[in-house]
Design a protein around this ligand. Structure first.
Ligand code: SAH
Ligand code: F3S
Length: 483
């Protein structure tokens, strides 16, 4: 299961409002996590000022950009196949230029140009503002690379142009990079050190989204709970900040409260949380504000203390349980989801049983599960042998996926009979007579359309469910819908 965000969206090309006077055509496609999809909106926004309009037709493009993911080998292979496809099109249209953005660009750097000769342009995640210069280099017939990672870049001053899929839900990035150094993970190498974005610019973006009719914002970062604004600079340099900077610093709980107050009629979500960085003041803000959704994506990766240690996850199984218990004590109906890795080096059958028993304890609402994929350059990649055979990984993976399905079903069944607030996002995939939206816990619900419309907050009585979907009928508008 190669799933971080909606599988249908992987490789989706971005189409934006056409700006008059722009004559060059940009085809931009994204893979991987939500952050990449958001970054592509930033890139398209930068290039729209450089004479580029987006196209969904690869054959028409003057410039093809692919925003890439390095998290597992399979993600990289998918991108390589796309590069082959672009090169086939380039044979017919030789003036077309090809560029690689994102994590693979950062990981492979100029290797892309030297060894593979498949691309003209290589741009890492912190260098998008340099694109106008890099493109002029390419226009003059030279290859161009910028993979410099930054201490400051948060793209706070660029207002991303939105891909208006539903006009209801949007993502706003609040931190970039990650300092956690989980031993399996390539992100600290491809996205650099952790830094937070100015809260003022975050609130401005949220207000702007609200004025355009958006109803839900997800605050995005590799590790959102670690958010810390003290005037700019790296998280790790906070120690060196002045007393004044320390006294006026804004942490994640503060930021969430600022958002919740700025737009009381808007819903807020956040992702992703690392258990070791999550604090109870965040849970308190969630409990205090109705418009902060009762849902936490809280990846644990393994249920075995020994493996957690090898992964450099800085908490034990017992500490994780204590955190879960505390969350449920304050917010009894809080939904929790996981990311899990099976087959990390040295993982035994006993370790795997610990993962299953941890899942039994928490009974997660949702989960994203993966077989370990060794990443070059990571600590595990350098120091540990990838010694769990593929067939064992596959069997363990299918065992945790089966268990997760049972738990998801258990959680959806608990909601049957309740009346819950749903924000309508779009038409149901299965029926044009039904709306589809999500409740606070992030579970999808479908119900007959009646006279409601996309963007409405509606109270829905849940009559039935499948493993992952609630089925109900509207009983009226939610108070949130009133002006
Ligand atoms: N903090 C990030 C995590 C990014 S990676 C976030 O914002 O979501 C997403 C998930 O991919 C991780 O939680 C982990 O479960 C999985 N993953 C990361 N590296 C992996 C690897 N080398 N092999 C298999 N799965 C991996
Ligand atoms: Fe990766 Fe761990 Fe950071 S999974 S993104 S190093 S929290």
């Amino acid at each position: 299961m190669e799933k971080i965000i909606d599988e249908n969206k992987q490789g989706e090309s971005l189409i934006l409002e056409q700006k008059e006077g722009n004559s060059r055509k940009l085809f931009i496609e994204s893979y991987g996590c939500q952050m990449n999809f958001s970054d592509s909106e930033i890139v398209a926004s930068i290039l729209s000022k450089e004479g580029f309009n987006t196209t969904q037709n690869l054959e028409d493009a003057d410039l093809v950009l692919v925003n890439t993911c390095s998290i597992r080998d399979k993600a990289e292979q998918t991108v390589r196949k796309r590069l082959e496809k672009y090169n086939a099109v380039k044979k017919v249209n030789p003036k077309m230029k090809i560029g690689v953005l994102g994590c693979m660009a950062e990981r492979l750097k100029s290797k892309f140009l030297e060894e593979e000769k498949m691309v003209d342009l290589v741009v890492g995640p912190d260098a998008y503002k340099d694109l106008p210069n890099l493109i002029s280099e390419v226009d003059e017939g030279r290859n161009a690379v910028n993979v410099i990672l930054s201490k400051e870049e948060t793209y706070a001053d660029i207002s991303p142009v939105r891909l208006n899929t539903n006009g209801v839900t949007a993502f706003v990035s609040i931190t970039r990079g990650c300092d956690n150094m989980c031993t399996f993970c390539v992100v600290p190498f491809t996205r650099g050190r952790e830094r937070s974005r100015d809260p003022q610019s975050i609130i401005e973006e949220v207000n702007d989204l609200a004025s355009k009719g958006y109803k839900e914002v997800t605050l995005l970062g590799q590790n959102v709970d670690s958010y810390l604004w003290y005037g700019g600079g790296l998280k790790k340099d906070f120690e060196k900040a002045t007393d004044m900077q320390k006294a006026t610093a804004v942490n994640f709980a503060n930021l969430m409260e600022l958002c919740a107050k700025a737009q009381p009629k808007m819903r807020f979500r956040f992702a992703t949380s690392n258990p070791q960085d999550m604090t109870m003041d965040v849970i308190d803000v969630m409990a205090k504000y109705d418009n902060v959704c009762n849902y936490i994506h809280l990846p644990v990766q393994s249920g075995s203390d020994r493996i957690l240690k090898e992964m450099n996850r800085l908490h034990t199984r017992e500490e994780y349980f204590a955190l879960i218990d505390n969350i449920k004590k304050r917010i009894p109906d809080c939904a929790i989801s996981q990311d899990m890795i099976v087959g990390f080096p040295t993982e035994t059958e006993e370790d795997h049983q610990d993962t299953l028993s941890l899942m039994d304890y928490v009974k997660y609402d949702f989960g994203f599960m993966f077989a370990y994929s060794e990443r070059p350059g990571t600590l595990a990649g350098r120091k540990m042998e990838d010694d769990v055979p593929m067939d064992v990984k596959k069997r363990r993976l299918s065992e945790i996926i089966d268990l997760q399905q049972q738990h998801s079903h258990y959680r959806t069944k608990q909601q049957v009979g309740k009346t819950v607030e749903i924000l309508i996002e779009k038409e149901s995939k299965k029926s044009d007579q039904h709306w589809s939206g999500r409740n606070s816990q992030n579970t999808v619900a479908v119900f007959p359309k009646e006279n409601y419309k996309v963007g409405d907050f509606v109270m829905v009585k849940i009559n039935d469910c499948t493993t992952a979907t609630l089925i109900g009928e509207a009983v009226g508008y939610s108070p949130t819908n009133l002006p």
